[in-house]
Design a protein around this ligand. Sequence first.
Ligand SMILES: Cc1cc2nc3c(=O)[nH]c(=O)nc-3n(C[C@H](O)[C@H](O)[C@H](O)COP(=O)(O)O)c2cc1C
Length: 398
Amino acid sequence: MARKLDVVFSDIEPGSALRAALAMTPSDVIGLVSRSKLRGRGGAGFPTGIKWDTARRHEGAEKYIVCNADEGEPGTFKDKNILERQTAKVLEGMAIGAYAIGASEGFIYLRGEYKYLVSDLARKIGEMKSQNLIGPDICHEKGFCFDIHIKLGSGSYVCGEETALLESLESRRGEPRNKPPYPAESGFLGRPTVVNNVETLSFVPHILLNGADWFQQFGTEKSTGSKLFSVSGDCGKPGIYEFEFGITIRELLKEIEADAGTKAVQIGGASGFCACADDFDKPICFEGIPTGGSIIIFNKSRSMFRVLKNFVEFFQEESCGQCVPCREGCSRMLEGIEKFEKGKGSSKTINDLLELSETMSLASKCGFGQSVPNSFRTIASKFKDEILSAGEGELWQS
Ligand SMILES: Cc1cc2nc3c(=O)[nH]c(=O)nc-3n(C[C@H](O)[C@H](O)[C@H](O)COP(=O)(O)O)c2cc1C
C-alpha cells in the first residue's frame, strides 16, 4: 500500500535549507540532489541533478533559474496551491538551485490566469530580501547574489514547454525551439538556464534538510519520493493528494472515494493516458503510468467519445502552428473525430487516425505534438465501441 505523505505542504524553518546548502560546495549540493534521484515533476521526469550539473558545467557569465508555474495541463491545479501555501519554500528551492548552478537571477513564469498571485509573490520576495534570503550577499555569503522576477504568461498552453517559455520570457512569440541545445546549455538569452517545475523546486529544501536517503525511502526505484495529484471529476473527494510514487490507480480511487462505477481515469491530463478497469492495478510512476499530476475520473455516465473530442478540440486550438505535423495533425484528427458524430466514421477512420498519430509522435517538433496522440490512442483502443457509436452520455454535468 502506497503511503500518503505530507511533504510539499509541510512547513520548514525559513532559510534553514538555504543555510544548509551554503555550508556545502555547489557541486556537493548537486551531488546530494542527484543521489536523491529527484526527477522533474512537470511531466517529463528528467533527473534534476543532471540538469543542474549541466548548467553548472556550462560556461556562461550569467546563468538563470526559472520556476515553471505555467500549469496549463487540463486538470492540474497543484502548482497554484503550492505557490499559494508554500511560497517561501519554492523561492528557497530556487535560491538553492541558483547557488548550485551559479545563477544570480531567476524568474517565476506564472500562468496568466494566476495573475492574482503576483502581489503575494512579490510581497514574499520582498520579505525574503529583508531576511537576507534573496538579494545581495545572501546569508552573509559574500558574492552570492540572487534576485527573482515574476513574468506573467498570456494563456498559451504551449508556453509551459520549457523552450517556448523561454521565447516568451524573451518577449517573443511563444514557440518551441529546436532541442538540442537544451536550456541547461543554452536557454534564456542563449545562456545556461535551469527550468524546473514548482513542485520539483518545493522538494529541494526538504532534500537539503533530510538527505538523499530520506527522500529515496519513498516511491519506487526509478521514481523516488512522492508526487502531488490534482484529482477532479467523478469522485467523492476531489482535491490535492500527496502519495509516494508507485501508488496503483485502484489505491488512489479508493482514497478519493471514486465508486465502483468508475469507467476511466485520465492520467496526465489531455496529453496523458486513459486507463480503464483493466489498468487499475498499474502503478503511477515514471516506469508505470507517468503523470505531471492531473487525474480526471469519469464514471459510467460519461461519453468517452465526448471526452476525446474535447481534448482534441483543445489541442487544435492550442497548437502553436509552427510545425506541420502538429498544426495539420491536430486539425485532421479533429475532422476525423467529427466524422463519427455525423455517422461517417468507421474502424478504418480509427486506423487512419492511428497512422496519423504515429506521424505526429515521430515528426512533431516538441512534446506538444508528440503527446497529442496519447489520449487518442488509449481512448480509441479502450473505448472503441463508444467512438464508433459516437457515444451516448454527457461530457460533463453543468
Ligand atoms: C506542451 C507542453 C506543456 C508543458 N507545460 C508545463 C507546465 O505547465 N509546467 C511545467 O512545469 N512543465 C510543463 N511542461 C514540461 C516542461 O517543458 C519542462 O519539462 C519542465 O518545466 C521541466 O521541469 P521539471 O524538470 O522540474 O519537471 C510542458 C511540456 C509540454 C510539451
